[in-house]
Each structure stands twice: as structure tokens, then as C-alpha cells.
Design a protein around this ligand. Structure first.
Ligand SMILES: [Zn+2]
Length: 97
């Protein structure tokens, strides 16, 4: 019998679902948030807790401005970022904790 040691990790998608997005961040304090703004420079991966994700003027509009992909798993979110950023690239935020 093969025992899977790694549980399947889901990547959640939030677009114009601010409340659900905020709840996800509260429940996944060590999670990752991929901001899919598109273009050559808009695709950025943050950690939950980054100040970029809690700018007072932007609270309440995070998922309406740009869709977000969220996951606890860095590999899963990186693969999603690769897929969604095409034909461009994405980067890790340098300000993240
Ligand atoms: Zn960040």
C-alpha cells in the first residue's frame, strides 16, 4: 500500500470576494497570496502579513482591484503563478516578512 505523505494542497481563487479573501488570510497566517495584476511587473507573490496586503486605503478592494490566488504551499502557489503569469514572469515581494 502506498501512503501519500503529502496531502493535496489547494490553491484558492478570490476575485471580487473580499470577505472570503480576508477570512482566508486570517485563517492562514503563514499562507501565500499571489497578486495576479498581469503584465510584466504586476504579478507578485506575497506572504500573508505583508504590509502590502493591509494598506488601509486598499482594504476592502483587494480582490476587486486584482484577483488573488492563495495557498499554504509555496510549491503549489509557485506553479499557479507560473501558469497564470504567462507569457510574463512573476516575482517574490521583497517587503514580505
Ligand atoms: Zn509582500
Amino acid at each position: 500500500m502506498i501512503v501519500m505523505t503529502k496531502a493535496k494542497v489547494d490553491v484558492e481563487y478570490f476575485s471580487k470576494r473580499e470577505k472570503e479573501y480576508e477570512d482566508w488570510c486570517k485563517e492562514h497566517v503563514d499562507g501565500y497570496v499571489f497578486n495576479h495584476a498581469g503584465g510584466k511587473t504586476g504579478n507578485v507573490l506575497h506572504k500573508v502579513g505583508c504590509w502590502h496586503l493591509t494598506v488601509p486605503a486598499r482594504i476592502g478592494t483587494y480582490t476587486t482591484r486584482y484577483p488573488k490566488y492563495c495557498s499554504d504551499d509555496l510549491t503549489a502557489i509557485s506553479e499557479k503563478a507560473d501558469e497564470k503569469s504567462k507569457p510574463y514572469d512573476w516575482r517574490r515581494c521583497k517587503a514580505c516578512p
